[in-house]
Design a protein around this ligand. Structure first.
Ligand code: PLP
Length: 412
């Protein structure tokens, strides 16, 4: 019997409740009953300060206050306002100047960029490739369009990026399908916090180049949602030139998000930026992605597009925003280091971590362990292969407490 009354299932498995919001609601309920001091809610995917308040860059908030009504009330063109399209390339690339043809199309957050890339560079029934540890909504986005997610093992036995497993899957899927969309979320991957090293990148690009000899097309979608919270902005953009050394039928696309970088999560702003070898491929990218936008969300909201344009039009403001973010980034990095230190002390194995909003712990009984921890007031997210802890949403002191609690629960 179908679970649905009037709605069509269309091959999707739709839970009755979003898992993360469900856990978060239970955490809020416990806070109401027992007080905030008794609860650690490490489920939230936004950056919170040590008191649990959402971090909003004051420099960005000031810029919002100075907007004119037309800056947010009016429609933006389908692909974004011209100033935004230029500004977002600077935001994504930093000082790197691509030699390829770049086009930026505005999207509602990084999510929209992922959606449009899958819609336009794969076909219904195709498999989209990403790592076994991945952001769960990739499945939802692909599934909504009749695609599925296939995975490779992200880490080898030594805890290094598993270039061999990646190469094997790229070869297999591109041969079977003729074309392939690959999603790589780096740096500061969600949910592990891993950042591909330059050596990892060499391996990735070699595999793609080799598969491209026979393939019709390979799209490498680099989801950089956390790039500006990983560490030094320039250092973490050093992989970008590697994206250029590919043949014409390989199209790198950057999925850029303003959600974390500018603390503008709710304004739903992002962009997809192509790095095409020919002008014709870049023009096609713009044409097909704008068409998809029209048929899904139409235009993206204008407000954050104007904000980013203002930030990049005013060097002083840009400096202010970057400095303010750097302070919060430091806070986040300290939390990560504290977590790593305590995990080591508690002899708790964690998935290779570099930086970012999340740390993951391999675990064979994730649902059972997280339930047990909930009873003790610690709320984390059970995943298929382990437990995800949001260090972005808890204090450094909590980061020092969590590893011991998890270890104890796992030993029971
Ligand atoms: N990619 C990853 C891995 C994420 O974790 C997120 C947000 O949580 C996004 C992309 C996109 O976020 P948004 O659509 O808010 O820009």
């Amino acid at each position: 019997m179908s679970d649905y009354i009037l709605a069509k299932q269309n091959g999707r498995k739709i839970p009755l409740e979003d898992k993360i919001f469900g856990i978060s609601n239970r955490a809020k309920k416990m806070i109401a009953e027992k007080g905030a001091g008794q609860v650690i809610n490490a489920t939230i995917g936004s950056l919170l300060d040590d008191d649990g308040n959402l971090v909003v860059l004051s420099s960005v908030a000031e810029a919002v206050k100075e907007l004119e009504p037309v800056d947010f009330a009016d429609y933006a063109p389908i692909g974004g306002i011209p100033q935004f399209r230029e500004a977002v390339k600077k935001a994504a690339f930093g000082s790197f100047q691509p030699k390829r043809f770049t086009e930026a199309v505005s999207t509602p957050g990084g999510t929209g960029a992922i959606r449009n890339a899958i819609a336009n560079y794969s076909e219904p029934g195709d498999k989209i490739l990403t790592s076994d540890w991945h952001w769960a909504p990739y499945n939802t986005i692909a599934g909504e369009m009749g695609r599925t997610i296939d995975t490779y093992r992200m880490f080898d036995e030594q805890g290094r990026f598993n270039g061999a497993a990646f190469a094997e899957k790229v070869e297999e899927l591109s041969e079977a399908q003729g074309s392939l969309v690959i999603i790589l979320n780096t740096p500061a991957h969600n949910p592990t916090g891993y950042s591909l090293t330059l050596e990892d990148w060499d391996r990735v690009m070699d595999s793609i180049k080799s598969a491209a000899v026979k393939a019709e097309s390979i799209v490498l979608l680099v989801d950089v949602a956390y790039i500006d919270f990983a560490g030094d902005e320039e250092e973490y953009r050093r992989f970008l030139p590697r994206l250029e050394a590919v043949p014409e039928n390989v199209l790198p696309i950057i999925a850029y998000s303003l959600s974390k970088t500018y603390t503008l999560y709710g304004t739903r702003c992002g962009a997809m930026i192509c790095m095409a070898q020919t002008e014709a491929i870049a023009a096609e990218f713009k044409r097909v992605c704008e068409f998809s936008s029209r048929g899904s969300w139409s235009n993206s909201a204008k407000l954050a597009q104007v904000i980013l344009s203002k930030i990049y039009g005013d060097p002083e403001l840009l400096k202010k925003v970057d400095q303010e973010r750097a302070g919060y980034r430091e806070m986040l990095i300290k939390r990560g280091r504290a977590f790593e230190e305590e995990a080591k002390k508690a002899d708790l194995e964690i998935v290779p971590f570099d930086a970012g909003f999340f740390v993951s712990i391999p675990c064979e009984r994730p649902d059972e362990i997280s339930k047990q921890l909930e009873n003790q007031g610690l709320f984390i997210v059970p995943l298929a292969k382990g437990l995800r802890v949001s260090i972005a949403s808890v204090s450094e002191a909590a980061c020092r407490k969590i590893p011991g609690m998890v270890k104890a629960a796992m030993e029971k």
